[in-house]
Write a protein that binds this ligand. Structure first.
Ligand code: BV8
Ligand code: ZN
Length: 246
């Protein structure tokens, strides 16, 4: 089936759905200039995100890990939502029940105006104390001092979920619950290699719920979803949603 037909079919499925769950990954923020996790631009000082986004890396060299997060925060601070993000705010307005599950920590879905957002990997603007657990939102770029300190004088950590760490229980449980009971799932901009987040799409497939994928490259999900569309989220998502009466 040619791309236009896939887009039309996907737009029809979404238009006829009263309950939609969306799962996004780093690819949806790529057109806003935010580096993806595994793409060519995902490197920083020759370190891969995979090796820095771990408790072990933070334990070993908190200064290095904080420099990486401070660099990402300063890039994200300059980023604005792109047409892909904005199409998802239109979709939320036009859908009776809507849940946006995001693996991204950049906060761009909130900035774009989505409301029902489940941040399963946390948020880069949140800091959490390594000692007393105090959590606060801090949008200072660059952070000074680096690492940032808590009122209790202990070192703060980024309020994100690292590899090997558990996701916020109720958030990921709600994401799975919604994916099992919705009418359709839209997956956009994720390589679908990180679990349990990618499992949200699998759960819907296993429940016989139509899953639509929009991604620049083929992924583990492409062969098993209802419709897989190759393309940029900023270009494709508006077509999936714009022909809806609001
Ligand atoms: C857990 C927050 C239970 C931090 C992130 C071995 C050892 C230890 C663990 C594991 C292991 N094997 C498996 C695991 C589990 C592990 C995992 O899944 N690993 C993978 C890599 C195999 N998962 C975990 O550890 C999770 N926790 O399992 O807890 C537990 C508890 C205790 C002990 C053991 C287990 C925690 C995972 C969360 C990690 N934190 N981020 C931060 O951001 O700094 S994950 C990170 O990857 C980001 O959140 C990112 O969003 C996420 C997924 O990546 P993507 O979003 O898909 O980004 P990626 O670059 O990969 O792909 C982008 C896609 O977009 C590409 O396909 C590209 O083609 C496409 N694209 C690009 N441009 C566009 C586009 N598409 C459309 N339009 C465009 N313009
Ligand atoms: Zn503290």
């Amino acid at each position: 089936m040619v791309k236009e037909d896939r887009i039309q079919r996907a737009a029809t499925i979404l238009r006829e759905s009263r309950d939609v769950v969306v799962l996004t990954g780093a690819g949806i923020s790529a057109e806003s200039g935010v580096p993806t996790f595994r793409g060519a631009d995902g490197l920083w000082k020759n370190y891969s995100a995979q090796e820095l986004a771990t408790p072990e890396a933070f334990q070993r060299d908190p200064q290095l890990v904080w420099e990486w997060y401070d660099w990402r925060r300063s890039r994200i601070a300059r980023a604005r939502p792109n047409p892909g993000h904005l199409a998802l705010t239109q979709l939320e307005k036009a859908t009776h029940r809507f849940t946006l599950v995001t693996q991204n920590v950049d906060g761009l879905h909130d900035l774009a105006g989505n409301r029902e957002i489940l941040e399963v990997h946390g948020n880069i603007w949140k800091l959490r104390c390594t000692e007393c657990g105090l959590e606060r939102v801090d949008r200072t770029v660059p952070l000074d001092p680096l690492p940032p300190l808590c009122e209790c004088r202990a070192m703060m950590r980024p309020g994100v979920v690292w590899f090997g760490e558990s996701l916020p229980e109720d958030t990921i449980a709600l994401a799975f619950q919604r994916a099992n009971q919705c009418d359709a799932v839209l997956v956009a901009g994720t390589s679908a290699v990180v679990y349990p987040a990618a499992g949200v799409a699998l759960a819907a497939i296993q429940a016989g719920i139509p899953v639509i994928e929009v991604n620049l490259e083929e992924t583990e999900l492409s062969a098993i979803v209802e419709i897989s569309i190759r393309g940029r989220a900023g270009e494709v998502l508006p077509f999936l949603i714009n022909d809806r009466e609001l």
